[in-house]
Design a protein around this ligand. Structure first.
Ligand SMILES: Nc1nc2c(c(=O)[nH]1)N[C@@H](CN(C=O)c1ccc(C(=O)N[C@@H](CCC(=O)O)C(=O)O)cc1)CN2
Ligand SMILES: [Mg+2]
Length: 293
């Protein structure tokens, strides 16, 4: 069994990005600039956004963090986004999810300039990804593709089973894995809450990607011998032995599943760190006008 080291891969990608930024600056260009909007005080979201800002500093990007109270109205938030759309200094914009219930996430995405949508969530980027046109790919699926590529994992002709159909992970990764690109060329099955006999499907998976948010839901009996298992779950579960009172758990029962796998991602240290690196990569692509000219 080989552990897919997301931390190491993420560091390698960030070094490549930093070298690219240094070259841009050497040529007299300006640093890529990411703006991040955070609404409210959710602990996980604050950690992720802070980590994004720190990662920007590490690779030499400029960043702007806009943190609003969860009392901000939808109208005010949309107006802020319009402002950033017009700001020529800012290359990429993300709105950290989840948003408070009184704000319509779809409206927020649609008001964003799709050319700055470095999360790849705007319908234009989603549509272009499906059509196989240049687009910003959502960071987590993009990170999974990087892991498969950098570990030279064969995907062509394999059966990939995805559990979860979210717009952030499950749906886009299932599309990317089915495309005629490498990684890709898989036969893909998407499973969700209404799938009958989930284990029957997962046991057929050569590549199993789990993005549900239910700690330990994939048990050893659900996994084929030699499968590649990608665990996207990162749920905070209570743990009195830790100073902070919790630890992260993935969707896969790692201890019992790992011995059956050819490759597996740990949690933490698997897919999560790549989410941040691929956001940086998209921001660099935005600054270089690689996607939209
Ligand atoms: N606007 C967005 N919102 C959300 C996204 C996203 O891509 N764009 N994805 C997730 C959260 N997320 C980034 O935003 C994210 C999740 C996990 C990690 C990560 O590094 N996880 C580490 C552990 C970190 C920890 O100790 O808490 C790991 O798995 O090893 C980074 C980013 C939902 N919202
Ligand atoms: Mg994630």
């Amino acid at each position: 069994m080989i552990l897919l080291d997301g931390k190491k891969t993420s560091e390698a990608i960030q070094s490549e990005i930093a070298a690219d930024v240094a070259e841009i600056k050497k040529q007299g260009g300006k640093a890529p600039h990411l703006a991040a909007i955070l609404v409210g005080q959710d602990g996980g979201s604050m950690t992720y956004v802070n980590n994004k800002v720190l990662a920007c500093e590490r690779v030499g990007f400029d960043s702007t963090l806009l943190h609003y109270e969860d009392t901000i109205s939808e109208e005010e938030l949309l107006a802020k986004i319009e402002e950033i759309n017009q700001d020529e200094n800012i290359d990429g914009l993300i709105v950290q999810l989840p948003l408070p219930k009184h704000i319509n996430g779809n409206k927020v995405l649609e008001v964003m300039d799709y050319k700055k949508d470095v999360d790849g969530f705007h319908p234009v980027n989603v549509g272009r990804m499906v059509a196989g046109l240049p687009a910003y790919l959502p960071a987590t699926p993009y990170g999974i593709m990087q892991l498969l590529e950098r570990y030279n994992i064969e995907t062509k002709g394999k059966h990939c089973v995805v559990i979860g159909r979210s717009n952030i992970v499950g749906t886009p990764i299932s599309i990317l894995m089915s495309k005629c690109t490498i990684p890709g060329e898989c036969t893909v099955t998407i499973c969700h809450r209404n799938t009958v006999d989930l284990a029957m499907h997962t046991r057929m998976a050569d590549i199993l990607i789990v993005a549900v948010g239910k700690p330990g839901m994939v048990t050893a009996d659900m996994v084929k011998e030699g499968a590649v298992v990608i665990d996207v779950g990162t749920t905070r579960v209570p743990d009195a032995t830790r100073e902070r009172g919790w630890r992260l758990r993935g969707d896969v029962d790692f201890d019992n599943v790992a011995p059956k796998c050819s490759y597996i991602t740990p949690v933490p240290g698997g897919v999560g760190p790549l989410t941040i690196s691929m956001l940086l990569k998209n921001t660099l692509r935005a600054a270089k006008k690689e996607v939209y000219g």
